[in-house]
Design a protein around this ligand. Sequence first.
Ligand SMILES: [Zn+2]
Length: 83
Amino acid sequence: MVFEFDMSMTWRETWYFLFAKKVCPKCSGPLERQIATHNEGFGWRQDGLDFDYGHKTKATVSYDCRHCTVSYPIGQLCSGQAA
Ligand SMILES: [Zn+2]
């Protein structure tokens, strides 16, 4: 069974998602992962080389800092990091 998420993440975001230490850029506090799925209605979706018709969902990943009450999209975190 495969997750029906279309994460559409770049390799940078994937790396961050899997391996990076998630801390707040402002307060260095721990971040909580939030995965929001959006229902985009019915339509054609692609699974590898196969297409089928059904519910389309899209997932976006963000990280929340409770201390700052800020939510950072994953794209912002992985590109704004000083390696
Ligand atoms: Zn913070």
